[in-house]
Structure formats: C-alpha cells, structure tokens
Design a protein around this ligand. Sequence first.
Ligand SMILES: [Zn+2]
Length: 220
Amino acid sequence: MKNFVFGKSEWGQAILGCRFGKSSGKKVLLLGGVHGDEIEGIAVANALISQYIEKDDLDLELSIVPSFNPDGTLCGNRKNANGVDLNRNLPSKDWTSDVANERYYPGTAAGSESENQALMNYLDENDVDFIISLHSFSRFLLNVNGDCEPIASVLHQHTGYPIDESMGYPTPGCLGTFTGLEQGIPTITYELERGKDPKELIPVHCKAIHEALKVYSETN
Ligand SMILES: [Zn+2]
C-alpha cells in the first residue's frame, strides 16, 4: 500500500488516499464521502482499504480516497465547509449558479472548492481510466456515465442494484457529467442504501467491487 495526500479541504484538512495493486495496470479511482453525511459510502471505502491491506491481489491500480469531503463529514453535513454541494460544483458544461433548492447549492463559480480543485489536479496528473464514487440514497442504484461496462454489470450481478443512466432529476455540475460524459473517464455514481447498517453493506459491496475490478483488469 502507498499512502498519498489527495489534497486539502476548505478548512485545511488533509484529504488522504491509499493506493493498491499494480501501477502497470488500469487506473481506477474510488471516492467515498463526496457528500459528508453519506457515511455508508465512507464505511465501504474504508472497508476496502482494510481488505486490500490484508490481501492485495489486484491486477490494476486502485486509488481509494475514502473521505473526499472531510469538513462535511466532521459536521455531519452533506455539503462542504462553504455550504457547497461538491457534486454540483464541478466545471461541466451544464454547471449553473441557478439553484432551486439550497441542498444543491453549487457555489459561486464552477470548480471553486478546494476539494474539487484537488480532484481536477489529480485527474490532470494521473491517467485515470475509471471512477467509482460511493454515495447513499433512498433509491439504491448504479448511475452510469460513459461506457461503464463490464464493471456496472458485475456490480449489478452481485448487488441486484439497477443500472441507470439518469438519477431521475437534473444534476448540473456533477461528477458523472464532468468526468463520465465530458472527460472520457467512465464514472459510476454508486448509490448505496441510505440508512442501512454498514455491517450489512460492507461484505456485499466490497465483494461486488472486488469482483468487478477483477473482471475489468482482465478486459482490454
Ligand atoms: Zn450523495
């Protein structure tokens, strides 16, 4: 395992990452906690780190950033320290300052937040092939942007979660649009079951992700 500092939050907290596998393989970035109160995703990301510390048999390079929004998590908030929804703040073509609901406040400018700037720098400096971002929602699903096969299908086989290209409502400035549709990096916004005990989520989803990465590493 290799530890790295992914970036800093608006309050100056380090956003930490762990890297596993083989640097010669495909590069997968897995994020947890983009929304600071979605603890289910943080728990699964941390459990994956424990799993790969125990046994790292990956044939690709997996970088895990379990707590992307540490300020939000510290306060139990969805948004970051500036009250910005980081999944509405990315500089996609559809970013807009218009917001009907404060829950989705996109910030004063696209890409204004240090957490997202860290992500943009990371993507500039690393040839990332695939992104999985763990969230949680009342409706569990695998929201796919770009060509997410075979990973999406393997995740579906192991979890029963439906694969959907849309969240069912507009999401301007979100990661899926920015990286999945505009940067050519297939992106899954992985919506775990909100409120379910992480002890139940961890075995199912760590296995699903591991199997999906195994299949992905074997495909051209
Ligand atoms: Zn979320």
